[in-house]
Write a protein that binds this ligand. Structure first.
Ligand SMILES: NC(=O)c1ccc[n+]([C@@H]2O[C@H](COP(=O)([O-])OP(=O)(O)OC[C@H]3O[C@@H](n4cnc5c(N)ncnc54)[C@H](O)[C@@H]3O)[C@@H](O)[C@H]2O)c1
Length: 288
């Protein structure tokens, strides 16, 4: 089964990136938002990203025009009915996703594949919101979508292997590398990354090393592009805390539990880059 037409639900941070890379790879792509205003915001960020690409000589004007010609926006879910795959990148809320998948299941042709970009919810649970659980998978992209190469392709106990093959082929066609993974909270990347970030906070909390020494140790000793505390500031301390709570709930292992310092910093509003202060002060000199 070939994927020709693509639907994306949600044109926020992730949905706009997914719609962009899909259209840029030549797929007719329809993106749905809840309001004209939200749609315009998402489309605006796609246009700005493409314009930036032209300024940096990474894209031609013709390339930008071709991408935009493949892309259409709508507030009507019914416009996605004839898509071969619909990627759901709406707000991370189970009730909302239940409603969306139920509606898409009624509207879309029987062959349409549903893929969720969720970071923390169960794909198996979402598949049960439809009458086609064998056609529901996770396609977990990374931010910023146009730049990050990886997609975690998440299968459930019921996923049809043909659906996985089609998803793999589409990921390759949009220039991404797919890794396969079972449906378990955090998939592969967050399963490994989140305990690492939490351990770095524990080392700092226990006074074993300073912030800069922890970050320098992992940069210079392991060749990481940035240290774990700076990375946590980028991800957001609130997001890190939220994900760790969900992972702890699933695995009941202490390595996934949020250190008290992380919880206190979130309570104090020190959520990292987005709030101007986390482990670093972003208000004056953004850390390098
Ligand atoms: N932010 C990340 O780094 C990241 C990374 C990987 C996966 N994700 C996942 O991607 C999904 C989206 O996250 P985001 O960061 O883009 O959030 P976001 O808040 O930037 O965007 C979500 C968008 O969904 C829209 N939306 C809500 N209900 C909708 C509906 N019924 N129909 C259409 N659009 C609807 C909202 O208006 C909003 O624009 C979440 O499931 C999240 O877990 C996020």
């Amino acid at each position: 089964m070939a994927i020709r037409k693509v639907g994306v639900v949600g044109c926020g941070l992730m949905g706009s990136g997914i719609a962009q890379v899909s259209a840029q790879a030549g797929f007719p792509t329809v993106v749905r938002e809840v309001s004209a205003n939200a749609l315009e915001n998402g489309m605006g960020s796609i246009r700005r990203f493409l314009e930036d690409g032209i300024r940096k000589d990474k894209l031609t004007q013709a390339g930008m025009d071709a991408t935009l010609a493949n892309l259409s926006g709508t507030v009507e879910l019914g416009q996605l009915a004839d898509c071969d795959i619909v990627l759901e990148a709406a707000t991370e809320h189970l009730g909302l996703k239940r409603e969306l998948l139920g509606a898409l299941d009624r509207l879309c042709k029987p062959e349409t594949i549903f893929a969720s970009n969720t970071s923390s919810l169960s794909i198996t649970q979402m598949s049960a919101f439809t009458k086609r659980p064998e056609r529901v998978i996770g396609l977990h992209f990374f931010n910023p979508v146009p730049l990050m190469k990886l997609v975690e392709v998440v299968k459930t106990i019921r996923t049809d292997p043909v659906v996985l093959q089609a998803a793999d082929a589409w990921c390759t066609a949009i220039g991404k590398t797919a890794v396969h993974c079972g449906d378990s909270t955090g998939f592969v990347v967050n399963r490994l990354l989140v305990p690492y970030m939490l351990d770095a906070i524990r080392v700092f909390e226990q006074g074993l090393a300073t912030r800069d020494d922890i970050d320098d140790a992992m940069k210079l000793g392991c060749g990481h592009p940035m240290g774990p505390l700076l990375l946590t500031d980028h991800v957001g301390l609130d997001t890190t805390c939220y994900i760790s709570e969900i992972m702890f709930d699933e695995f009941k292992e202490s390595r996934f539990s949020a250190p008290p310092l992380l919880k206190r910093m979130v309570m104090a509003g020190l959520t990292g880059r987005k709030s101007g202060r986390g482990f670093y002060d972003w208000s004056t000199h953004p850390p390098s």
